[in-house]
Design a protein around this ligand. Sequence first.
Ligand SMILES: [Zn+2]
Length: 289
Amino acid sequence: MNKIGIDLGGTKIEGILVDENYEIITRKRISTNQEEGYNSILESIKNLILELVQESDHKVSIGICTPGALSLDTGLIKNSNTQCLIGKDIQNDLKNILHHNVSIENDANCFALAEAKLGAGKNYNLVFGVIMGTGVGGGIIIDGKIHHGRTNIAGEWGHHCLHTGGNLCYCGNKGCVETYISGPALEKKWSVLTSQNQSLSEIIQNSDNHNFPNWKKSFLDDFGLSLANVIDILDPDMIVLGGGVSNIDFLYDEGKSAVYEKVFSDIIDTPIVENVLGDSAGVFGACLL
Ligand SMILES: [Zn+2]
């Protein structure tokens, strides 16, 4: 059976058709016209899928990777940065207009699944995948399957508390990981220290700035503690990093040391590695659902 994977992003929707060995047959990309609303997005996804179906000479499975989580209660999308999807039953709506089964999963789980089966975590049993980008999320893959947990929140690493009474998070809690090591949080911290609004890549190139060591130290402390917590509880075979923040080189040496320092064990050698699939993790993860 061939597989179709759709990655539903805030600015673009990408789709791939792959064969049973996950070799890409076709890849297509369209823009997400958020301002045109939910029905228009639904129609665009449908057309994209139909184009991909046409190029397949076998039956297909269809998977969708979406930002935001699916409520276990209602099956509806919550917390999506593609705002017009919030509260929608996209899985059933697509099922109805395509007359075809559709699997759907959040982007952090898709990322972790793709890296565990086709990317950096191949041959590792328990893989913890982390996305550090505009938001922060995680996914737990055990023996090639997403571990959802009792209430579907397993791996929601970005919203565990790092600092009691700390930064206010959009989720309503204070001190969430996301408010310290997401791209926007790191840029905000820099602007508080330096009164300069710079992008993360500009900040990294600004290591001569006298505020840089300070900024970097608190970043590494937060990164270290947040992943040490994961290792203490899950003891994964590998941690794979993704998202824009994961492009920062020092996470893989000094960052790794900052994690190791805080782990409750005298033997610690958990690999903390960069992703292999890059931006394609979402579409491949969707194919694997
Ligand atoms: Zn939060």
